[in-house]
Structures are given as C-alpha cells and as structure tokens.
Ligand binder design. Sequence first.
Ligand code: BV8
Length: 251
Amino acid sequence: MLAEKIKEVAELLKERPRLAVLTGAGVSAESGVPTFRGPDGLWRQFRAEDLATPEAFARDPKLVWEWYDWRRQKIQSVAPNPAHMILARWEKYFPVFTLITQNVDGLHRQAGSTKILELHGNIWMVRCTQEGKIMENRQVPLTPIPPLCPNCGALLRPHVVWFGEALDPNILEAAFEACRRSEVMMVIGTSAVVQPAASLPLVAQQRGAKLIEINLEPTPLSPYADYVLYGKAGEILPLIDEFLFKKENTE
Ligand code: BV8
C-alpha cells in the first residue's frame, strides 16, 4: 500500500512540477529534536503555548530563555537527517521549488537548503528589545541568562514568532505566493494546528495543486490530501527520492 503510493507520488514528481514544501517539527524529530506536541514535546511542566508568548517573556524572561537555551543546546548537538538532506537536494532538481518551514532549528539551512522561508524565525537569531536590531547569537550555553544587548544593554529576545505575534508579512506573502503557484504541495511532519501556516496547503489545493502529506498520524489536513504517506519523513523521502532518480537513470 505505502510502496504503491510512494511510486505514484514519485511519478507525479518525475514531471518536475512547481513544488512547495511545508515542514514542521516532525522533519527534525529523527535528528533528535523534540517535537512540540509529541510525548517528548514538554519541557519541565510547560507547553510551547505557555512559554512561546510575549506575555510569558514579559513575566519571566529568565524562564523563557532557559527553555530556549535548553533547545539551543539540544539543536547544536544534533545533525540534519535524511529528510533535510533530500529536501536540500530537491531544491536543485525542481526548477520551481520553495521550502517553507515552521521550524526555528536551522537544520534545513545546515543541510544545504538555501531557498527557505522561515515562517517562525530562527533560534540562532536574537533581537534587541529596545533597538529592534537583529543579530546572530550562537553562544551555548547562554551566559548570562537572560542575555543582554551588546550595544545598549537592554534585554535580548529570541528572533522567533511567538503565539499572538504576527509573522513577518513579507515572508508570509512569499509563502502564500509560492503555494498559489505550486502544482504540487508536500506537507511534512506538522500537526497542522498552528495558523496561519496550516492554511498554506489549503491555498495551494484551492488553486489546483496536488496535496501530499507525510506524517506518522492523521492531521486536520489529511482529509484534504490527495496522498497521505504514513511513516517517518527520514524514511519516506529517501524512498520517493530513490524512485525519482532510479527512473531517471534507467530511462
Ligand atoms: C498569529 C516559534 C495573529 C516559537 C511557533 C486562527 C485559528 C486558530 C488559532 C489562531 C488563528 N490565528 C492565530 C491563532 C493563534 C495561534 C495558533 O495558531 N494557535 C494554535 C495553537 C491554535 N497562532 C498565532 O499566534 C500566530 N500568530 O496568527 O498572529 C496576529 C496578526 C496580526 C497582528 C498580531 C497578531 C503565530 C504562530 C507561531 C507560533 N510560534 N514557533 C518557537 O518555536 O519557539 S509555533 C510552533 O508550533 C513551532 O513553530 C512548530 O513548528 C509549530 C507547529 O508545530 P509542528 O511543527 O506541527 O510540531 P508538532 O509537534 O505540533 O507536530 C509534529 C508533527 O510531526 C506531528 O504531526 C507528528 O505526528 C509528526 N511527526 C513526528 N515525528 C515525525 C513526524 N512526521 C514525520 N516523520 C517523523 N519522524
């Protein structure tokens, strides 16, 4: 069943359609990065929705930074997995390709992807709460916590989009545009509950794109998908990739 679907999806992709890909935490799970809503998604007794908010940061910047520092330490010690590597390769194989990610871990970039829209920011970037200045900060572990702006001494915050905060309008518009233009949209490793990211695949489908979902379990998007491939992203993408390139070579 799965093998049959993988073959059909590979046939679809062999035509090198305009491809948009949306990834979530599930694409980094096999690298060892905890997902948000899975069994290992909790940190101490908190949920992402409790900590990834401006209110939580205003109330207790040290606690929020301790969570990000814990995640940065984890992310720094892991490597991209085959799912990241294949998506980086597909960027060169498909003439029109856009990778849209909800992840802030930077693993797509580390795997070699360059055409990336990071909808929710990047955990290795910080922003001065006074000047708004954005800078890279790869100090692991962070000292002091919370970190202060080297220019003005004000609190630094992670340059990520928290719940209740607007996404960068330019990045969001570019993502919607890529989905509107796509002929195929692949949605990998996301629970499809966070908005506005979860609306992107539906925009693609409304414009006639074929929708492919890769996940361990059904999501609110599954009923709309033309293909739902149940399994690990790091295992399914290589199988699709094999068909793509194997067919190429034998023709
Ligand atoms: C906004 C950055 C408005 C921080 C994150 C409309 C309807 C309903 C709610 C809302 C709405 N509009 C706004 C909201 C509120 C809110 C929202 O969506 N809430 C949800 C919880 C209901 N949205 C917002 O607040 C957004 N802002 O809309 O602002 C606005 C407009 C103008 C002016 C002012 C305000 C901002 C949302 C961004 C929040 N930031 N992250 C950080 O990371 O620290 S979201 C966070 O969740 C991460 O980015 C994460 O990527 C994202 C989504 O989670 P997933 O990636 O899907 O991860 P999850 O663990 O949930 O799922 C993993 C999946 O992988 C699972 O399905 C699992 O089965 C699968 N999986 C696991 N292993 C594998 C696998 N699949 C394949 N292979 C594997 N090996």
